[in-house]
Design a binder for this molecule. Structure first.
Ligand code: GDP
Length: 139
């Protein structure tokens, strides 16, 4: 893994709303290369494992229930400075506070249903990529 990879999720609210294609187009238009991509439906246990760092937070039960409520698209992205670039395209965690032109501003409905996920560091990107993808799935 290098500093040029990051991990993202097109969350269940987006997949349900039919905006997956629009979000993927925005990702490509922003200059990212897609290195891995698949549609999955997490169990509650898998969502709890993925978000284990937040397990003490008050929003953990709602977050993990939401993330396991339907299919989502997991994605590995490559770009120079990928972690920061992807977080810039996503926008602030709360869509109400996200800048114009960001994915969360355009597609997010609320703090809990905010359209997309992105790794917050190179270290977590490597952990999250390997949580969802095996070596052979990354091109
Ligand atoms: P992110 O890195 O911008 O996704 O934000 P965090 O890592 O802090 O939080 C993970 C996810 O938990 C966010 O994307 C939100 O969906 C959710 N979340 C974070 N903070 C809150 C909160 O205060 N309330 C609720 N309901 N959800 C939250």
């Amino acid at each position: 893994m290098t500093g040029n990879l990051t991990f993202g999720i097109i969350k269940p609210d987006s997949v349900k709303a039919g905006t997956t294609g629009s979000i993927i187009q925005r990702i490509i238009d922003d200059g990212f290369e897609i290195r891995a991509l698949k549609l999955i439906h997490m169990t509650l246990k898998e969502a709890q494992g993925f978000y284990a760092v937040h397990r003490e937070r008050s929003f953990f039960p709602g977050l993990t229930e939401f993330m396991s409520s339907g299919p989502c698209v997991v994605i590995t992205l490559e770009k120079t400075g990928a972690v920061r670039a992807w977080r810039n395209l996503m926008g602030a965690t709360d869509p109400a506070k996200a800048d114009q032109g960001t994915l969360r501003k355009e597609f997010g409905a609320s703090l809990s249903e905010n359209a997309v996920h992105g790794s917050d560091s190179d270290e977590n990107a490597a952990i999250e990529i390997s949580f969802f993808f095996s070596q052979i799935e990354i091109v």
